[in-house]
Design a protein around this ligand. Sequence first.
Ligand SMILES: NC(=O)c1ccc[n+]([C@@H]2O[C@H](COP(=O)([O-])OP(=O)(O)OC[C@H]3O[C@@H](n4cnc5c(N)ncnc54)[C@H](OP(=O)(O)O)[C@@H]3O)[C@@H](O)[C@H]2O)c1
Length: 340
Amino acid sequence: MKAVFQARYGPPEMLEVRDVATPVVGDEEVLVRVHAASLHPDVWHVVRGRPFVLRLMGAGFARPGNPIPGTDMAGVVESVGSSVTRFGLGDAVFGETVAGHQWTNGGAFAEFVAVHQDQLAVKPAGVTFEEAAAVPSSGLIVLQNLRGPHSGRPVQTALVNGAGGGVGALALQILKSRGSRVTAVDVAGKLEMLRALGADEAIDGMREDFTRRQVRYDLIVDVPGNHPARSCRRALNPDGRYVLIGHENYGASGRPVFGLIPRFLGLMLLSRFVKQFRGPDLPMPTKKEAMAALGDLLENGAITPVIDSSFRLAEVREAFRHLVEDELHGKVILTPLNAG
Ligand SMILES: NC(=O)c1ccc[n+]([C@@H]2O[C@H](COP(=O)([O-])OP(=O)(O)OC[C@H]3O[C@@H](n4cnc5c(N)ncnc54)[C@H](OP(=O)(O)O)[C@@H]3O)[C@@H](O)[C@H]2O)c1
């Protein structure tokens, strides 16, 4: 099969499409013919091997353990392992190809990928493969981060900073589907898109500092993390909650060794004293549960993924350049079916 191949860590310009062996499925695995896969910042991190700590967290120390990047995809079941019960040949599915966190290559940028059945869900019929491929990692991050005390009762008012990105656009729509009034913050060019996605209010984060508006929210979901957490507390109700997602701007934030890990650890430590910061002890949904929930949200129209552009597998370098350098209005998609 054809696959994007990463022999070493480095700039996306060193990626190439190669002929490699088609994966062999394990007992619990499904072989998926990939119709669409999506890019996101963590795929770039693993290609780049930065922050360095990801090499100690399973990605591979000297070179990537799995040389085929990509974690998010949608496609059609080509074959199944002997113990697979949830899917059959010809089913349209979508999912995240990595079992754990997103800082490892998952082999999605290929014509075929083998995935554990519990990391997949049925693709709803009214949703395109591109739309479904846009959802898994971003959606899982949202569901994992919206857990906790707020998940059982409606959040009356929420602010999503970076709402025009992969995680933010889904956070905005999921919060709207739960009945919240949502203020969306992003760059000026995305505000119209945010209103179309259901934002009650859209703010240009470059012109206006939401932490100084004298408006308080029950929840702040912060993707760029461009304000200190103590400033964000000014915009929270006393029993509100601050959730940092974090973004390293493709290395521009200048933390090449540990990335944002120290900042997360600091927040976790402070959560013992500041109840608006979340502690480490909240139960996490499993990937199987979260993928099923994302399938339902797609099926009932609560989330509508936005696609920015599609590239062929052979155009993977251009796709990464677009991801890193341009203002995106939705997800960047690779279409291995057009591998040629
Ligand atoms: N916390 C967790 O549980 C967890 C787990 C896994 C991964 N992650 C991290 O989650 C992040 C996912 O990001 P994503 O896919 O949503 O990224 P994304 O698609 O790049 O979205 C980020 C958005 O924020 C906007 N933005 C940049 N600076 C801003 C500012 N100052 N004010 C307001 N908006 C601003 C960006 O606009 P432009 O396009 O103009 O830059 C973009 O629309 C990754 O960095 C990943 O490492 C977190």
